[in-house]
Write a protein that binds this ligand. Structure first.
Ligand code: MSP
Length: 507
């Protein structure tokens, strides 16, 4: 296999348990990773946890736990989230692992050798919650623009010569218009760079919980420089040249909009300074609110993805997240919305289609794929079946590459709705008495549409889609996008599963 695809999630801070925002980014990566595998790419999907920095050190201290013990515990919650949400990551990187520390130090050494790091003194504002430096002019009422508290710090610090990279960055954005997606986030970044970049403080001396700076152990590396290099350490920058060469540069770094600056300014500048190619795309999605309110501990409205899955089911949660809101926009969580969406889309539309068509076939076609041998085909039959086999796979692949998950989910629903309509108009239950051949033909077409829906939805709702395809007894090696073609159509006379239950329960 020569086509490769590398997708990453951010690595999550382990100062607290995962919430719906974290799950959202990971499921987005998972949908993309599964889809690209179904386009027969060799995919590497990396996720993990960001375990250094003052924020985490302070949280461990306030919990009166040894910092390493604390990060070990919380990191497990993120692994649990992955299992619960059926995330198909290929590796899980933790920044406290040796392979990562080595990489971060190698990066530092290389940046130093390339003359992009110098020692000086830092004085300015720092927000521990954001692990970010802010200029005086950026503060709003004495706080960071994100609302985080800031503290004044003065200490010796190494700097990265970010100010020298402005023109190269602007050139990058201009030559690669899709580097920052969606477009709405691009202008803010371009303006920020055009305004003029300041050199970036990349080490701290007042705490120890970080990767030591090579040859100067009084300093630990700035947590963002440390964290960003996970995208290299996770594919063997230090210890697996073959893997690294296969997957770097990344195709998509999936992130939330709050961390766009780190990924579209600092990260490409570091990479250029390392003489490494930059990623193809950074996609910054919107934020989750809870019934219109910001999600926060103090409002006691933090939504746990684990609880959500326990309540609604994994595919239901995954579906709601990506069919509920255009990817890129902000989202709003509300229990009623989840219930309504999973009922109307999954139970009443797709689920009902699968159940009623299969039940009819089990009853009236001896539980076998019906015959499609019928010679009085009508225009609407032709239209229906042609639409099915004319799905443009290049277009579909581009939609996935551009993270248009909402549009794809809508296409799946259109297909299911149209199939339900086709079945209602053709009313095979009436044909049973008057024209058995035609009934079989109609049911065959419906079954083929069900097969398409199973394949099309497989990256979004993998478990349920596989149940549907299992019901049709579609071989496991015929469930990729290229199997949508006519030559992989179901064979009349083959068995289907005769022991079926509704795929989606109604709430
Ligand atoms: N550790 C850094 C990322 C380093 S990547 C080299 C970090 N971690 S985080 O845990 O705070 O956030 C991780 C991701 O969760 C970010 O993409 C962030 O945007 C996302 N979200 C955090 N809260 C969110 C919502 N309320 N809604 C949607 N996503 C949100 O930043």
């Amino acid at each position: 296999m020569s086509k490769t695809f590398y997708v990453t999630s951010p690595i999550y801070y382990v100062n607290d348990k995962p919430h719906i925002g974290h799950a959202y980014t990971s499921v987005a990566c998972d949908i993309l990773a599964r889809a690209m595998r179904m386009f027969e790419y060799e995919v590497f999907f990396l996720t993990g946890t960001d375990e250094h920095g003052l924020k985490i050190e302070k949280t461990a201290r306030s919990n009166k736990i040894d910092t390493k013990e604390f990060v070990d515990q919380v990191s497990l919650h993120f692994k649990e989230m992955n299992t619960k949400l059926n995330i198909s990551n290929d590796d899980f990187i933790r920044t406290t692992e040796e392979r990562h520390k080595e990489t971060a130090q190698k990066v530092w050494t290389k940046l130093k050798e390339n003359g992009t790091i110098y020692l000086d003194k830092y004085s300015g504002w720092y927000a521990v919650r954001d692990e970010a430096y802010y200029a005086e002019t950026e503060l709003v009422n004495g706080k960071a623009p994100t609302g985080a508290d800031v503290e004044w710090i003065e200490e010796p610090s190494y700097f990265f010569n970010l100010s020298k990279w402005g023109d190269r960055l602007l050139e990058l954005y201009e030559k690669n218009p899709n580097f920052i997606q969606p477009d709405s986030r691009k202008n803010e970044i371009i303006n920020f760079v055009k305004y003029g970049l300041k050199d970036l403080s990349i080490s701290r001396t007042t705490f120890k919980w970080g990767v030591p700076v090579p040859n100067d152990p009084n300093h630990v590396m700035y947590v963002w420089l440390d964290a960003l290099t996970n995208y290299l350490s996770g594919i063997g920058y230090c210890n697996n040249e073959e893997l690294f060469n296969k997957f770097w540069p990344a195709n998509v770094h999936m992130i939330g909009k709050d961390i766009t600056r780190f990924h579209t300014i600092y990260w490409p500048a570091f990479l250029m300074a390392l003489d490494l190619p930059v990623p193809e795309k950074v996609f910054a999605h919107g934020w989750w609110k809870i019934e219109g309110e910001k999600m926060s501990k103090s409002l006691n409205n933090v939504v746990s993805p684990i609880d959500m899955v326990d309540k609604f089911g994994v595919d239901q949660v995954r579906w709601f997240m990506f069919r509920g809101f255009p990817f890129g926009n902000d989202c709003d969580f509300c229990n009623d919305k989840v219930t309504n969406m999973v009922n109307s889309d999954l139970a009443d539309n797709i689920g009902n289609l699968v159940h009623r068509s299969l039940s009819m076939i089990i009853k009236n076609c001896s539980g076998k794929v019906p015959s499609n041998n019928y010679n009085q085909i009508e225009t609407d039959d032709n239209e229906f079946i042609n639409k099915l086999y004319n799905i443009d796979l290049n277009d579909l692949e581009n939609k996935f590459r551009n993270c248009q998950f909402y549009e794809i989910a809508n296409d799946i629903m259109t297909l299911s709705t149209n199939t339900n309509c086709y079945m209602n108009i053709k009313a095979p239950w009436k044909l049973r008495k008057e024209n058995n051949e035609k009934m079989e033909y109609v049911l065959y077409n419906v079954l083929e549409a069900v097969r398409h829906i199973g394949i099309m939805s497989r990256s979004f709702i993998p478990r349920s889609a596989d149940i549907i395809l299992d019901y049709l007894k579609v071989p496991v090696n015929e469930r990729t996008f290229c199997n949508l073609k006519r030559e992989y159509a179901l064979n009349p006379g083959n068995n289907i599963e005769n022991n079926i239950v509704p795929v989606f329960q109604k709430f």
